[in-house]
Design a binder for this molecule. Structure first.
Ligand SMILES: Nc1ncnc2c1ncn2[C@@H]1O[C@H](COP(=O)(O)OP(=O)(O)OP(=O)(O)O)[C@@H](O)[C@H]1O
Ligand SMILES: [Mg+2]
Length: 295
């Protein structure tokens, strides 16, 4: 079976077992992607979902610190891609049963795989279908090709900003970059570190309005997270605030976000990990062609 055939098979299998892949991203760094991925992931795990978090920010890999995974995972996706480790060996256990994988697979890595290795890679990753039903990908900030391909390949995108003008401008930059490729991606805004809910609403509505007006993009609103010192305190304590401070303002916000996200129906087109990989390979091909055309 060739790669395309195998991906089609997996897409069919997804009906039985549909894993939702959610990219957590931002234009500007330091706006709360990792805190949100971990604490929202835990909130879902507590409500019975099987959650996997992929720490795809290799440069500043720190999901394990915020999630309190000690010792940190020894092996990452590259050990798996190189065939040195099996997929089960690179999965670390976090609080409340969440699972953690470190490593960003991207355009150049995939392009360099032999067809046989690609199939092995697809098979290995697809085995994750049985251990999780939600995957949060904590991406690095900004507009690199790797981040864009994760965003464009996911089922949903949580786009994080703060009320800071630079963060808003950079979030808009992400929506703009997506708009060149597709108008159909399910993007939901989270405005983090807000003084009050009104401030967050205002920021979200403004972004949604200009994205609609100037880019023809329909962007949704997931909600806000109040600025709360427990977020920072719990990073120092290496315990997710949703667990250590369940009654805090920030935890209440995470709880609300979980409820809103849980109520959004999964798209009929959701094809789980097979669909994600299919789109990732397609995006990769487009970038390669673009790079070739550009010389
Ligand atoms: N709601 C909040 N209230 C107060 N501080 C917050 C809040 N959310 C995040 N922070 C703080 O902001 C800093 C950045 O958060 P975090 O590491 O989650 O951002 P990030 O987007 O993942 O950053 P990077 O782009 O570097 O990966 C941390 O010190 C964190 O404690
Ligand atoms: Mg981060």
């Amino acid at each position: 079976m060739d790669q395309a055939e195998r991906l089609r098979e997996l897409a069919k299998e997804k009906k039985k077992n549909s894993v939702e892949i959610i990219a957590v991203t931002s234009g500007k760094g330091g706006v709360g992607k990792t805190s949100i991925s971990v604490n929202l992931g835990i909130a879902f795990a507590i409500s019975g979902r099987k959650v996997l978090i992929v720490d795809a920010d290799l440069g500043l890999s720190n999901v394990n610190i915020i999630a309190g995974v000690v010792p940190p995972p020894r092996y990452n996706l590259f050990h798996f891609i190189k065939g040195e480790k099996e997929i089960k060996d690179i999965i670390a256990e976090g609080p409340c049963g969440i699972k953690l994988i470190t490593g960003a697979i991207g355009i150049s890595t995939l392009a360099n795989l032999s067809p046989k290795k690609r199939i092995e890679f697809i098979e290995g990753l697809s085995s994750l279908n049985s251990i999780c039903d939600m995957i949060f990908i904590d991406t690095s900030a900004g507009l690199s090709g790797k981040v864009m391909s994760f965003i464009l390949s996911s089922d949903k995108v949580l786009l994080i900003t703060t009320p800071e003008p630079t963060a808003i401008a950079d979030a808009y930059g992400i929506i703009k970059a997506v708009s060149f490729k597709t108008k159909d991606l399910d993007i939901r805004l989270i405005v983090n570190k807000v003084k009050n809910a009104e401030e967050g609403e205002r920021v979200a509505n403004r972004i949604i309005e200009i994205a609609g007006q100037f880019l023809g993009m329909r962007v949704g609103k997931l909600g806000v997270i109040l600025d709360d010192h427990v977020v920072c305190d719990s990073v120092h304590q290496q315990t997710p605030f949703f667990l250590s401070h369940p009654k805090s303002k920030a935890s209440q916000c995470i709880y609300n976000l979980r409820n809103v996200l849980a109520d959004i129906p999964t798209s009929d087109n959701n094809e789980g990990i097979g669909g994600f990989l299919k789109r990732l390979f397609r995006t990769e091909r487009e970038y390669m062609e673009f790079a070739r055309d550009e010389g």
